[in-house]
Design a protein around this ligand. Structure first.
Ligand code: NDP
Length: 450
């Protein structure tokens, strides 16, 4: 006999989760967004309630926390905290990025790992979910300091990952340079050459299109959403935040598709370029942020446009908004500005950049809203394709990979339509949450009680 009520209540469920995970506010926020869509769905399907699938899905399979000791250029010993949250491996090995940023803590990594469960499920590829990283701040560190940190971090992490077990990738503060240092160390420690990290350089198993994939995918997803309404990106004014990996390639694909990108930002403020970015300006940004690690204000000086210190770009008038920097960067007041200025759609390039109350306001105003777990799934999708190429020891051409990425974004959009169609609009949050949930839940049910 099952000893459980067959109705789940959102606020009771959240109270239990908060009690079990005190102080983890980002994790609570991510779970609440999913639970609000999933609970009404599972209340009509008792097998999910009886088997406590949502309770199990909100508890990571394993959380690893470790000390990372390294030496800086002046010979000082430095100590950081390293993490890997192996969230769910029901449909494939753990897969998700590593973030190096001073704000990293367990709550942020659990929210990211939890979101990754649904995102990876939506990609149609066999990938479970995980996330990791460190409170290490790469800003202002020398190349050798970054190398020593990455090697020390991997010395411990290598015990818990593997090509069939857990395959990390990049995220904020972790690009191809950091992945290369970590991959080199992993290879040295394990004495083998396997595709245990993705986002590698092309010379040693990396995939074409990987660095572009999250941003390109975000633009393709937006084109799908607008196309569903008989509209397109062509001729639209676009507000992009961030100027890192996701922002750069979201902007590039938006420009390819005929959009006009007029803002970018970093943690010090935003630039407004009313003429719009072009290839020359974008190349400058990519070099500035990826190679020279400079500040976005340098763009404003070079191209004679305005820089707004410590401000976000959401007060600028635009048709489409693409938050591509970090979590909770669009709050209610920002959403109100976007609505007032006639914004038509918002696509999350970053993970959870929009707060709950901001999403509610956008929904009420009938602004098309794409959650990150759908809109930014292109990155992990091409990481999945990198794993496949590593396994078969082949490298696919750019055209083939870009076509596969496009197809995946189309399929994700279709799944959102299948599960999120309401009377007068598509609820992409509900669609992505339910489609992502069902696949993982079916696998967990099939395994029995584990
Ligand atoms: P990068 O490190 O390449 O760039 C991050 C950008 O965001 C930088 O412009 C950075 O500014 C800005 N930023 C970071 N933290 C803050 C903050 N607290 N306030 C304001 N601006 C901030 O990271 P990515 O582009 O890889 O990641 C961006 C987002 O996209 C994250 O949410 C990540 O989880 C998500 N994502 C990334 C994927 C990927 O493939 N890389 C895949 C899916 C999602 P500054 O230069 O000043 O630090």
């Amino acid at each position: 006999m099952m000893a459980r009520s067959n109705i789940l209540n959102l606020s009771e469920f959240m109270q239990g989760l908060i009690k079990r995970n005190p102080g983890e506010k980002e994790f609570h926020q991510a779970v609440e967004e999913v639970a609000a869509s999933v609970i009404p769905f599972i209340n009509e399907r008792p097998q999910y309630i009886e088997n406590q699938i949502l309770e199990r899905m909100t508890e990571p399979n394993r959380t690893i926390i470790f000390r990372v000791c390294w030496e800086d250029d002046r010979g000082n010993i430095r100590i950081n905290r390293g993490y890997r949250v192996q969230f769910n491996n029901a449909i494939g090995p753990y897969k998700g990025g590593l973030r190096f940023h001073p704000s990293v803590n367990l709550s942020i990594l659990k929210f990211l790992g939890f979101e990754q469960t649904f995102k990876n499920s939506l990609t149609t590829l066999p990938m479970g979910s995980g996330k990791g990283g460190s409170d290490f701040n790469p800003k202002g560190k020398s190349e050798r300091e970054i190398m020593r940190f990455c090697q020390a971090f991997m010395t411990e992490l290598s015990k818990y990952i593997g090509e069939h077990l857990d395959i990390p990738a990049g995220d904020i503060g972790v690009g191809v340079r950091e992945i290369s240092f970590m991959f080199g160390q992993y290879k040295r420690l394990k004495n083998e050459f396997t595709g245990t990290l993705t986002g590698k350089a092309l010379e040693f198993g990396g995939s074409l299109i990987r660095k572009e994939a999250t941003g390109y995918g975000c633009a393709y997803f937006t084109e799908e959403m607008l196309g569903h309404q008989g509209d397109s990106i062509e001729g639209k004014t676009c507000l992009v935040s961030g100027s890192g990996n996701v922002a750069q390639f979201t902007a590039q694909k938006l420009i390819h598709l005929g959009g006009k990108v007029i803002t970018l930002s970093d943690s010090s403020g935003f630039i407004h370029d009313p003429d719009g970015l072009n290839n020359e300006k974008l190349e400058y940004i990519i070099d500035l942020k990826t190679n020279r690690r400079g500040r976005i204000s340098e763009f404003a000086e070079k191209f004679k446009c305005k820089f707004y210190k410590d401000k976000k770009p959401w007060s600028v008038k635009g048709d489409l908004a693409f938050p591509c920097a970090t979590q909770n960067e669009i709050e209610l007041s920002d959403a109100k500005q976007l609505i007032k200025n006639g914004c038509k759609a918002l696509s999350e390039g970053a993970n959870m950049p929009t707060t709950h109350d901001a999403i509610d306001a956008l929904n009420k105003a009938k602004i098309i809203f794409a959650p990150g777990k759908a809109a930014n799934a292109g990155g992990v999708s091409v990481s999945g394709l990198e794993m496949t190429q590593n396994s078969i020891r082949l490298a696919w051409q750019r055209e083939e990979l870009e076509q596969r990425l496009k197809n995946i974004m189309h399929d994700i959009h279709q799944q959102c339509i299948n599960y999120g169609t309401e009377k007068d609009h598509i609820d992409y949050v509900k669609g992505a949450n339910l489609a992502g949930f069902v696949k993982v839940a079916k696998a967990m049910l099939a395994y029995g009680v584990i």
